[in-house]
Design a protein around this ligand. Sequence first.
Ligand SMILES: Cc1cc2nc3c(=O)[nH]c(=O)nc-3n(C[C@H](O)[C@H](O)[C@H](O)COP(=O)(O)OP(=O)(O)OC[C@H]3O[C@@H](n4cnc5c(N)ncnc54)[C@H](O)[C@@H]3O)c2cc1C
Length: 462
Amino acid sequence: MTKHIIIGGGPVATNAIETIRQFEDGQSQITLVCDEPAHSRMALPYWLSGQIPREQTHTADDASFQKQGVEARIGTRATSIDPAAGSVTLADGDVLNYDKLLIATGSSPLKLDIPGTDLPGVQTLWSLADTEALLASAGTSANPRVVMIGAGFIGLIMLNAMHKRGWQLTVVERESHVLPRMLDTDSAAIVGSWLGSKGVAVHSGTTVTAITAAADGSKSVELADGTKLAADVVIVAAGIKTNVELVDDTGIDTDRGILVDDRMQTNLPNIYAGGDVAQGPSLFGGQEIHSIQPTAVDHGRIAGANMAGHDVQYPGSLSMNVLDVCGIQNASFGNWADTSAEAMTICSPEGHVYRKLMWSGDEITGAIFVGRANDVGMLTDVGMLKGIMQTRTSLGQWKDFLAENPFDIRRPYIATGVAKKLAATTLLGRPAQPRSYRYEGTPAQATVGTSHGVYVDAKNNS
Ligand SMILES: Cc1cc2nc3c(=O)[nH]c(=O)nc-3n(C[C@H](O)[C@H](O)[C@H](O)COP(=O)(O)OP(=O)(O)OC[C@H]3O[C@@H](n4cnc5c(N)ncnc54)[C@H](O)[C@@H]3O)c2cc1C
């Protein structure tokens, strides 16, 4: 019987487990090793804002693991891997043998090397424990003053959750503008002024030099430009690093992450990696780390299918970050930062609208969209743009049409048959299966509507 070991309990791990169980011909053992309960980090903001209870961030429980035949070693860390012996050593001293190993250890927030980061009330905001700690420390004040260091994608997702709670928010960004790895200068200026209008103070182009605390626990965040910001809580959201330490001295190749091919396989046989820790194929070429949920889900499913003995290739992931912060929606896709690409841009700071399409010939290879979150056109356009890019559709004459009618994405989307192509696209060569775990056991919707039926049929017949 094949022995699978999966290290990690995020979306890569849960999707790999489900896929192994759906694809395997014979029987296999699956052992999951994770230091946290299996959960979705992208659900944490909903808990932080008070929209869902903590338990709803979980993606599996004892019963679901049992149903899937998974031995779940939750609360345990893997401390080393021995590829020659085919074994993983755990923090409690146990040594587990594997035939196939999946490393899905994710990434971690970077620590800042400045005085004061070890003070109580100064923390990162990445995990279940971080969210719990923030809710506990902020809970002592009705309307806490929060200073966030770093205005990146994850930081602003969590900032949005705190804004919903009505907390007093300030963000410090060392780059010249907010969301530096997602937006260009002009689009970020729109977002920065929007945040200001919603009561979020933004200090960009400066760094934090020290954090000090008074006897009552209140803190002062000191900036390089001399500003001092008063805070009850300080959040460090200054970037992430891949959790690759586990493969040090194993012979597994790494660059910025664990290098994997289009089957999620590392350079060593029977060892796979996926998600935030993996540097894998990108849709537009090369190997990249995208650190987003859709890539983690794809990686888990591709790794699972291959671990179950099928040969399934991954076309590569599309880099996409979509974020609603305080009512403004921001989306960036693909090679949005490619300054050499031909670009079509609309910029209306007064209307809080920005759109940039980047071209390679008649194909869109990068894009930035900013607009009001309650603008339905913005939301549907973001979805259609993603479809056009995901299917790598050549737009031909519709490129000129978009130059004249930049807000009318719908016509090229329909005319070039993108919806039909998407309907026929499957990652694993068949329609997705229902999830095996649902919060509070809510049954999956039993009746399938007509449109859904047509969609699934298209995949069945592809
Ligand atoms: C607050 C927040 C909000 C986010 N929102 C979005 C969003 O809106 N959209 C989006 O696309 N992406 C979002 N992301 C990113 C997304 O959550 C990640 O890309 C995704 O979780 C990566 O999945 P993973 O399985 O690779 O790793 P993870 O989900 O990080 O899971 C890895 C697990 O492995 C555990 N682990 C690590 N090392 C070991 C070890 N040695 N032994 C045992 N266990 C170990 C970790 O503790 C962790 O529990 C968000 C992330 C955060 C933090």
